[in-house]
Each structure stands twice: as C-alpha cells, then as structure tokens.
Design a binder for this molecule. Structure first.
Ligand SMILES: [Zn+2]
Ligand SMILES: [Zn+2]
Length: 548
C-alpha cells in the first residue's frame, strides 16, 4: 500500500522511468514518516526541504513549508522512513554490473539450483560461451563444489565457466577444459589448484591462480558491455537505496568510461575511486580529482597486503589452526612503501586490503612509516578482519580508517573458528572494539563478492546472525553494534573515509541533498524485518535517482 501511495504522489507515470535530466527543477519537500538525520543532537525531524543540490532546511513541517518556494514538489513518505544517503564504502562497480548482465548466481542455494539456472540461461542464450558468477557452496545441502559433470548436464557440449562469489575459484565445463587444454597432466600454476575427481581427471574446479588457465576461453567484456555494466550497476545501486560507493581496484579504462557515462548524464550516484596500481599513474601524479558532474571522484590507490581467510591466504601472526602455514603476503615492502610515499606526496589516500592479523600489523607498520607523523591522511585498511589486541589502538593513533563488511562476518563465522581457533576468534570482525577504541568504521559490502544490499549490511552489523537467523555460541555477538552506530557506519563514516563528511553523511542544512528511504523504520523494527524492508526513494545531489 505504502509503495503505491508513494509512487502515485511522486509521478504521473513512474518517476523511475523518467529520464534523469527531466528531474524536478523546483524544491523537494520530504515529510510524512520518521526522518533520521544521523545528527546526535537532533536525531529525528519531521521534514527535509531540498533546493537544487543542497538541503535547505531540516526540522518541523510547518517551518519547512514556510521556507519552500512556490514550485515545490511534495513527497509524502506515507510512513516510510528516511535516512542520510547510504554509501557502500567498498565495492567493485564494473563487477556488479557484469554480474547482472551475465549469468548471476548469487541467489542459488544448491547444486540442483545451479544446474537449473545454467540450463535456463543456456536455453535463452543458445550461442556462444556461458559465463556466470556469484555462487557460493558453503550452505548447499549437497555439501560439495559443483563439477564439470553438473555443467555438462545443464548445457551439453557448451563452454561454461562459473566464478565463485569471492573470486577465489571457478568451475568449468568439459568443453571449457578442452578448449583451454587442461588435462590430467596439466600442472597447476603457482598459487593455484586443479581439483581432480576419483578417476584422476580434472573435475572442473579451478582454485585461485588456476583460474587463469580458462581466462582466454571467455572473451573479455567489450567496451559496449562495460559501459552497459556501469550504467546497470548505477541504476541497481540507486534502486537498492545506495547514493554512492567506494569503488575499489579500478582500472584506468573503466574510470574513463565511468567519467564519460556520468558526463553524458547516464550515471547518477556518487563514486569515489581507488585505483588499481596499474591505473594509478594519473592520481599519483595529480592527486585526488573530481569530474565536472561532481559525482565521479578519484581518491587514491588500492593495494593488497594478503589474501582471504576462507582460502587460507590471509596473513596470520601464528599458523592456521586447521592447516600448516601463515598465509600470503601479496605486496613486497619496498614496492608498497614506494607507492605509499608517492601517494602521500600528492595527498592521495591509500586503501590497503588486509585480512589477517599479520596483514593488518604490517599495513599499520608501513602506514606509520610512510605517513611519518601525519594523522590526517585518512588512509584505510580494507576489511581489517582479524586484528591483534595490541594493534587495535594503533588505528586511532594513526588516524587509519577500518573499512569493514558486516556481511563478510556472517558468512565467514561458519569457518573462521576452524581457521583461527578459539583463542584468536575475538580478534575477528571486531566492530564494537574498534568503535570503543575511537576508530572510524566505514561499512561496505565488497559486492560482487557479496550481494551489495544496504539492508544486509545493516542487519549483519546490528544482529550478527546469518541471513536465516543463525548464530553460533562462538560468534562474539557482543561485537554487534547499535542501530545508531550501524547507520553511521553506512552514512557518515563512508563520507568521512572519502573526505566528504562536511558535505555528506547526515541530513543537515547546507549539506548536499543525498537521502535514502525504506518503507520500514530500520532503527526500530525486528532484525529479521530489516531484510525485507523495501527501498522506496533515493535522492542524490537533490535529484530523485530512484523512486517506487
Ligand atoms: Zn579485498
Ligand atoms: Zn573488494
């Protein structure tokens, strides 16, 4: 009901189908539901008045009406709740769009469903190779990886390659293995594995670097497809309630396409880009940049210190509890420090992927050395998943931001106890410990590794249970945060993490008009209900980017 009422008020036709350039030119008056401002001193308001790209007034409805211009568009929330714009602090934009435009497997819940999805896609796309991604087998009833036999049954004779959601494995069909020349005799490349069946033949599963063997079997996305992916990802994110994101490990040509799409008026949410070292020449020479639309910014570089916990690539101080080894170090010290010093010289930010406690400690050590006493650079540790007690206060001391993914915790906590053992588990996903230590925690999804949905991140942050409501005794539920803290982690903190807290992150007069509304009040409803709240309105830079 609410949805219909809001849609009727917003538009003659559906506003979401009106080209963005035709957006309402007058004031926007938003009221009629709880409005959470994110401001501690005045956490709720009756109305928000928007003029052009800015918030003109936040407060009571009568005062807002008095200030409104004559051509004001009235948006009655009809009980829906509004918040500062939600920002995904860490995601991968091109990957999000490509996942939508190819075979998206992120909702598949069993091998049987995977086979059905491939079968349907193959029937709808009778020509060419089939590429998909997003599957993750950890909760599947069959309790096994998919194999080439599954894919051969679903799409006989076709080339099929399907990436695991975390990017650490793929499954390939017999035709794909044959095209790539992979046989029982093929040696696995360093850092990779070719899994074999009982018959000694490759079973289709390629782990980590072994995925490079099928790289040429699937043609790389064309420029046209990448442009479409960027537009699709922008629309999808707006429709989920995101007003912006931190875009990680960006290639130079993807940035050029994104700038171009935004300049053409085809892209409508904010993107702060952190460049892959291969595309970092511009930002390391000129420092942070903003395009003419103001939406697309380049903030710095993204590096990798270590791998992931699931595949035992995270760099740990003590050996894994369930296997030999201390994990991987992916950037060498001299190489990392050289890039950091270049970044420092032009006031660019460094965002370092660090998962393990050794990965995090090394990152803090290198940051400390490169920053040389500068505590205002806002360098970021991406994931900051497992952090030793003694390193926790160093984040605040160095002014380093913890950029964390609540959804990773509720997926990883199934296997993290095995990898880390009981005594180290308190080091993991310690959102509350960080907040108590005065550290800025910016939350994000890491999509397409995860779905990329603000509801899931908010739910995981406040409840720390799996999506079906499960939590084990050893999941350290005391690390769940309050609703007010979760809201900050998804609004003000990502703004701060990209040097935008003066103009974004809260609903306050004078700030840029970015706002998100859901049909339910995330601040009060039962945790489970957070997951089914519907996004109803997304405003970016004073323009309606999505409404239903
Ligand atoms: Zn990462
Ligand atoms: Zn990532």
């Amino acid at each position: 009901m609410r949805r219909l009422a809001l849609a009727a008020l917003l538009a003659v036709t559906s506003l979401s189908t009106i080209p963005f350039s035709m957006a309402w030119a007058g004031d926007l008056l938003i009221h009629g539901g709880p409005i959470h401002t994110g401001v501690d001193a005045a956490p709720t308001a009756q109305a928000v008045l928007i003029r052009d790209d800015k918030i003109l007034f936040v407060g009571d409805l009568a005062a807002a009406k008095a200030k409104a211009a004559k051509d004001v568009r009235d948006i009655d929330l009809k009980g829906a709740a509004a918040y500062p714009g939600f920002v995904d602090a860490h995601a991968h934009l091109t990957g999000i769009g490509l996942r939508e435009l190819t075979l998206n497997l992120d909702q598949v819940k069993s091998v049987a469903e995977l086979v059905a999805a491939v079968k349907a896609y193959a029937a709808a796309h009778p020509e060419g190779a089939i590429y998909g991604r997003g599957w993750i087998e950890t909760h599947w009833p069959e309790k096994r990886f998919p194999t080439k036999a599954d894919l051969d049954a679903a799409a006989p004779g076709r080339i099929v390659v399907l990436g695991r959601s975390d990017g650490h494995a793929s499954v390939a069909s017999s035709a794909a293995l044959a095209k790539a020349g992979i046989t029982a005799a093929t040696p696995a490349p360093a850092g990779g594995q070719i899994l074999k069946g009982a018959d000694g033949q490759p079973d289709g599963m390629l782990i980590d670097h072994a995925q490079s063997l099928v790289k040429d079997v699937i043609p790389p996305p064309s420029e046209t497809l990448k442009r479409e992916a960027l537009r699709k990802a922008g629309q999808l994110y707006a429709s989920r309630g995101w007003t912006g994101l931190g875009n990680m490990s960006v290639m130079a040509d993807d940035l050029a396409l994104l700038r171009d799409e935004a300049a053409k008026g085809a892209f409508h949410i904010r993107v702060d880009n952190y460049m892959d070292p291969s595309g970092a020449a511009e930002v390391l020479a000129k420092g942070p940049q903003t395009d003419a639309t103001g939406l697309i910014r380049v903030r710095g570089i993204k590096l990798y210190m270590d791998g992931a916990l699931g595949s035992r690539g995270a760099a740990l101080l003590e050996p894994y509890s369930d296997a030999e080894g201390l994990g991987l170090q992916l950037t060498q010290r001299d190489q990392g420090l050289a890039l950091m010093k270049k970044a420092k010289a032009v006031s660019a930010q460094v965002a370092m992927h660090a998962i393990g406690d050794r990965g995090n400690r090394m990152t803090l050590d290198w940051f400390e050395e490169a920053l040389a006493g500068d505590t205002k650079a806002r360098w970021r540790i991406e994931h900051a998943q497992i952090v030793a007690d003694t390193d926790l206060p160093r984040f605040a001391k160095l002014g380093v931001i913890a950029s964390m993914q609540p959804s990773h915790a509720i997926g990883d906590l199934y296997f993290a106890p095995a990898r880390l053992g009981k005594d180290r588990l308190h080091e993991g996903y310690r959102w509350n410990d960080f907040l108590k230590a005065g550290v800025v925690v910016a939350a994000g999804s890491d999509a397409p590794v995860e779905v990329g949905d603000p509801r899931i991140e908010f739910y995981a942050a406040v409840y720390r249970h799996s999506l079906d409501g499960f939590a084990n005794a050893d999941w350290h539920l005391e690390e769940a945060v309050t609703r007010a803290e979760a809201l900050k982690m998804l609004t003000l903190a990502p703004a701060y993490a990209a040097f935008r807290e003066k103009e974004l992150g809260t609903l306050e007069a004078g700030k840029k008009a970015d706002l998100t509304a859901f049909d339910q009040d995330l601040m009060t409803i039962e945790p489970k209900a957070i997951l089914t709240a519907q996004p109803v309105l997304t405003v970016v830079d004073g323009k309606v980017a999505f409404a239903r």
